[in-house]
Ligand binder design. Sequence first.
Ligand SMILES: Nc1ncnc2c1ncn2[C@@H]1O[C@H](COP(=O)(O)OP(=O)(O)O)[C@@H](O)[C@H]1O
Ligand SMILES: [Mg+2]
Length: 431
Amino acid sequence: MIRDAEKGKIEPKKPALEDEKEVLKLYSERLVTKLEKNVLDLEREITERKRAEEALQESEENFRALAENASDGILIATGEGVHVYANKRAAEITGYSVAELLGINMKELAHPDEFKKLAERLQKRLTGEYVSRRYETAIFRKDGKKVPIEIAGAQTVWQCKPALIIIVHDITERKKAEEAMKEYSERLEEMVEERTRELRDAQEQLVRKERLAVMGQLAGGVAHELRNPLGAIKNAAYFLNMVLEKPEPKVKETLEILEEEVTTSERIISSLLDFASPKSLMRRKTNINDVLRKALSCMTVPENVDVVSQLDEALPNTRADPDQLGQVFGNIIVNAIQAMPEGGQLSVKSEVPSPKSMTIFFADTGVGIAKENLGKLFEPLFTTKAKGIGLGLALTKILVEGHGGTIEVDSKVGKGSTFTVRLPIGLTIEA
Ligand SMILES: Nc1ncnc2c1ncn2[C@@H]1O[C@H](COP(=O)(O)OP(=O)(O)O)[C@@H](O)[C@H]1O
Ligand SMILES: [Mg+2]
């Protein structure tokens, strides 16, 4: 009607009632349109909200799936430290069930040694102060076991209040590996030290052997040169003894001393020559017990010395030089007897402690050896005896080592000494 009016068409004037009807119709039409629009807006709003709700639900489901399947423990705690969320892995690491975790405060998990530091860190996190993202600490499992962990925290909001997400990474395996590495590196250091020591010992032994060889050559040469004049002195003494029918007691005594000293000198010369050029090692099938028995039977044992032998008949035959070993055992036995001037007991024992070696012990109840002398016993020319030469043990050591063995001594002054000879059974042969 208005449109028509705008167009300038003149309509016949309608009665007032008609007009009012028109206005009402127009008004109701507009109202309907507005209502329709409102309904549409409402519908759109509802759809959007529904979509938002769905998105929220989806994201929550995603978070749950992510958290539930995470390989690290995840805990959400309020500012007071009360757990409001815990995943399965957190339960596994702590030994509590998820339900139990939700009831307890973080304080109950923290290891007492670590708690203060941990609480400070958490506080700083909540107040937004800087703290490093990762942190190594330890917790107490429900069963009381201490578990090393690494935690990473992040601020979050829980029911409109500040809260913390804590990611707990169990580092037991890593710590174990670190420990093993540390142990290994320490062991490596030890091994290097040990090897260095062995090398140093080997070097010292080499130097000692060289020195011994030079000394031996020199001593051997001197001994050899002395043999002839000594022979001449011996002959002269013998001759004088023969020609002097009734010598004066003083002359007789002097001649006897001369002969005695010649005999001692000969003994020294033989020892020097033995030491200077020991006979070369001739290995053959040898029964060590037999060598021991022979060495003992050759010995003149004073009556006040008791010899007890305890020989293990299970000792396997071995390839060794019985002459050299006879000399070795003889030297040790003579020393033991000489160490017991007042009498005592000499125990000789053989045994097979492992399939790889045999051990022979010579234990006496003699005078013993002073501590400061223990290291010198095997040095050539070391002797504490008035008529000693000090070559017995030096030669003994050379011969034992020539067999691939070792010799050790253990002693207490006034109580006695034990010499232990170890020989390898690497070259054992069947009987
Ligand atoms: N069984 C023992 N008890 C006490 N001391 C011993 C024993 N065996 C060896 N010794 C000491 O070792 C030293 C060196 O011995 P050795 O080399 O045989 O030379 P020697 O017997 O000529 O002195 C001896 O002088 C003695 O002091
Ligand atoms: Mg001796």
